[in-house]
Design a protein around this ligand. Structure first.
Ligand code: SF4
Length: 326
């Protein structure tokens, strides 16, 4: 098993398939996009599958595909189907703009755990945030997934003065619709102009909802990143991912594999070890994976408290969100 020095077992791998995306969400990357890395440095289809297999051999039980937007990766369908053959829970986080084309691969792979990123219920605001006009496409694809019996989680990055006034609207969406809305606190990444003032935190979110609805706390899973709630009688639920105001590192079981084949032991950590080069040299990567887990900090990659903005900006990961995959 992959255990760190704090006794945490790491059995959940998030794989970023690409640094490309069909949207330009301003909290993820600059409008002009990011300078794409050298394509030869990006993992190829067979490399993703082989490296993932090594992680599975080391005890990984869940793999989540991310990006950029994973479904703009040329070989996404083949990778999904191949990973679907492994003894794991396969999941994906997507902007849902292309999902209709991948339903056959999802079915073949038995992929049912789908998180859709959508930060506004207003078409105008959605277009502002994503800098693309894909609101209707995304809405239609969400409806298609639900009609097809998929249980959907909706990831909403909450930013003060941007979409915090929609929090209750998102919760109201769960009245008759069995979806799970997850409010994600705005996190600092390279190039996203983060500051403490823009964080609309866990307590404020719960207060906003409680001012309108009675809510009940639900039981969270052992390694859960979210704190879940329900409005009694509503078909769906909502939750808060409080990475900034109330981090949940004590039960962290997550590792990340970037599209250029680096292992990151923490979302916020600066350290990243190169697996791809060793793999391409037909060298074992197991010891590098173990080293990465051993090196893991207790909390938030060793970052100070997030209120300490200047220190955060000095010490945070030098990667933009799109190059980590959340
Ligand atoms: S901040 Fe790092 S250690 Fe904490 S939960 Fe996230 S990935 Fe895990």
């Amino acid at each position: 098993m992959l255990k760190d020095t704090f006794g945490r077992t790491h059995d959940y791998l998030r794989i970023s398939l690409t640094e490309k995306c069909s949207m330009r969400c301003f909290y993820c990357m600059p409008a002009e996009g990011i300078p794409l890395g050298d394509a030869s440095k990006i993992m190829k289809k067979d490399e993703v599958i082989a490296i993932a297999q090594t992680f599975v051999d080391l005890g990984v039980k869940k793999i989540r595909l991310t990006g950029g937007e994973p479904l703009v990766c040329k070989h996404a369908g083949e990778i999904i189907e191949a990973l679907g053959q492994m003894p794991i829970e396969l999941a994906i986080t997507t902007n849902a703009a292309h999902i209709d084309k991948f339903m056959p691969s999802f079915k073949k792979a038995g992929l049912t755990n789908i998180n859709v990123s959508m930060d506004s219920l207003s078409e105008e605001k959605f277009n502002q945030i994503t800098r693309r006009k894909l609101f209707e496409t995304v809405q239609n694809n969400i409806k298609m997934l639900m009609d097809d019996g998929y249980t959907i989680k909706i990831n909403v990055v909450v930013m003060r003065g941007v979409n915090d006034e929609e929090i209750v609207d998102f919760v109201n969406w769960t009245k008759d619709t069995p979806i799970h809305v997850r409010f994600i606190e705005f996190m600092p990444f390279d190039g996203n102009n983060w500051n403490w003032g823009k964080v609309f935190g866990y307590k404020e979110i719960i207060e906003k909802v409680s001012n309108v609805h009675t809510i009940e706390k639900l039981t969270d899973g052992p390694n859960s990143t979210s704190k879940a709630y329900r409005v009694p009688g509503f078909a769906g639920t909502f939750a808060v991912i409080s990475s900034v105001t109330n981090p949940f590192c004590g039960t962290c079981n997550r590792m990340r594999l970037t599209a250029d084949g680096k292992i990151k032991n923490c979302l916020f950590g600066q350290e990243e070890l190169d697996l791809l080069t060793a793999h391409r040299n037909s060298e074992s990567i197991e010891h590098i994976i173990r080293q990465s887990v051993t090196n893991k900090e207790k909390r938030c990659g060793g970052l100070p408290e997030f209120e300490n903005e200047e220190e955060i900006k000095k010490k945070m990961s030098k990667r933009s969100m799109i190059r980590i995959g959340g």
